[in-house]
Design a protein around this ligand. Structure first.
Ligand SMILES: [Zn+2]
Length: 472
């Protein structure tokens, strides 16, 4: 398959180091707040990449860290500790906050059909490993102590800015956007590996180290967790484009300095989700979460579908209108699949199956072109083959797309039940409430609503075809 590699700035044939196996690392969330849907766009697209690699028969091991210490509000090592900020905001301990938002993150992922990585590792469980790797960097002369902190010395590298062709002056790292400059740094691009002095006063989490009691910098955790779980070589490292610099740049610096050889072959970066007023963030504008989408009546998979409609290397603009359009398109798609589920008899048309499967592979194999993959889904629906062939293809495609297409189509077919178009609005409203109550397993309420419907002169019952409502 062809995959764009941020490191080479071009599409390349993806060749794993070890035949048939892929090691894949993803930067996980900083668990001080809910993830916004912009962050989740990255995780959706990374999930598609993982699923497609598996789809082609590769054995993938994917690892994700959970940042529960060390990430400051500025990625340039300044500002407050994000975890501490979250804990203060909610009058809880850092670990309580970490647990709560880790669970919330995976609950959101589950709703979006994002597979949980094979290994999920909180940074606070690997402190000894961070200290060990930092010690090696010190021994090798890549790190220095200044003002009580340990810094990585970027001047020791032949090339530091690996993802872009900017030079140091252009970027003026750490001083962009007016963040405070750290006078301890020998070079502007240097970054903290271990904190002792700065921000130390109210730091809740701290550990003994050869350099004094303190806590790790943010960047070191991903290098260490990746190397610990996946070894000295990594096939694919993923993350949002925000992370390319400085986070991923620093990961490469410290990993390769530690290992003494190249570390990761392919870098997969997902572009931003923007709003009309600019890049989405937790601090500006409406805080868009999966829960908010649900409160507004959207199925989270509509958001997944919305993301799949465009390419991961393009910025995507989120507006409620755009989401509404995706919702309508998604519902129409399900409505087209629904009738196929009624009659699955017949043989698979092998030639047609192979042709359409090839088209799907051409789409996804071309740098994860999900929009094209969805177009192929429509080609399946338009093809002259029988239901069995169509459903088999849709089920296979959905192993990658993760849209619950067949399940939703079956539900749609079942809920079609009998014709309800001439029933009074009041009855339909009560029937909807009853459906929700049954879904929540609140059967007492469901029975109450059935009685209310009966009082209006209608009988509601479940049949194999779905819910039926008839005049009494
Ligand atoms: Zn990372």
């Amino acid at each position: 398959m062809q995959l764009y590699n941020s490191l080479s700035h071009k599409k390349e044939e993806f060749i794993p180091r070890e035949t048939g196996k892929v090691s894949m690392y993803t930067c996980g969330p900083t668990v001080y707040h809910y993830a916004h849907i912009g962050n989740l766009r990255s995780y959706i697209m990374e999930d598609i990449l993982e699923k497609y690699l598996r789809f082609t028969g590769l054995d993938v091991k994917r690892v994700m860290n959970i940042t529960d210490v060390g990430h400051l509000t500025s990625d340039g090592d300044t500002g407050d500790d994000k975890m501490l900020k979250g804990a203060k905001r909610e009058h809880k301990t850092v670990m309580e906050i970490a647990k709560f938002y880790t669970d919330a993150f995976f609950a959101d992922c589950a709703k979006l059909n994002i597979k949980t990585p094979d290994a999920v590792v909180p940074a606070t469980t690997c402190i000894d490993e961070f200290i060990r790797v930092i010690s090696v960097l010190m021994e090798k002369g890549y790190a220095y102590e200044a003002g009580g902190n340990i810094y990585f010395d970027t001047s020791k590298l032949e090339k530091y800015y690996v993802f872009n062709d900017f030079n140091e002056e252009d970027l003026a790292v750490g001083v962009r956007d007016g963040v405070e400059e750290d006078g301890n740094k020998r070079n502007k691009a240097d970054f903290v590996l271990w904190f002792t002095k700065s921000k130390f006063d109210d730091q809740e989490l701290k550990w003994e180290s050869p350099w004094g009691i303190g806590y790790p910098g943010w960047h070191i955790e991903c290098s260490c967790i990746s190397m610990q779980q996946l070894g000295e070589y990594l096939d694919i490292h993923c993350g949002g484009i925000d992370n390319a610099f400085p986070h991923h740049t620093n990961e490469i610096a410290q990993s390769e300095a530690y290992l003494g050889h190249e570390w990761c072959n392919y870098w997969f970066h997902v572009l931003h989700l923007n709003t009309n007023s600019g890049k989405m963030s937790k601090s500006s504008g409406e805080f868009l979460t999966v829960s908010l989408l649900e409160e507004k009546g959207y199925d989270p998979l509509v958001y997944r579908f919305f993301c799949l409609q465009s390419h991961y290397r393009k910025s995507l603009v989120f507006t409620w209108d755009n989401l509404d359009n995706a919702k309508v398109t998604f519902e129409k798609l399900i409505a087209k699949i629904a009738p196929l589920t009624a009659d699955r008899s017949g043989d698979i048309d092998k030639a047609e199956y192979d042709r359409l499967m090839q088209s799907f592979n051409d789409a996804l194999g071309n740098d994860i072109n999900t929009a094209m993959g969805i177009t192929v889904l429509y080609d399946v629906l338009k093809s002259g083959s029988g239901n069995a062939t169509k459903l088999a293809l849709i089920a296979e495609f959905d192993k990658v797309l993760g849209l619950d297409l067949i399940k939703k189509a079956e539900e749609k077919a079942a809920s079609a039940g009998n014709d309800t178009s001439d029933l009074p609005a009041e009855v339909l409203e009560l029937a909807e409430q009853r459906k929700a109550a049954r879904k929540d397993k609140n059967f007492a309420l469901a029975d109450e609503l059935r009685d209310k419907i009966a009082a209006l002169g209608y009988e509601i019952k479940e049949t194999r075809q779905g819910t039926e409502i008839n005049k009494l």
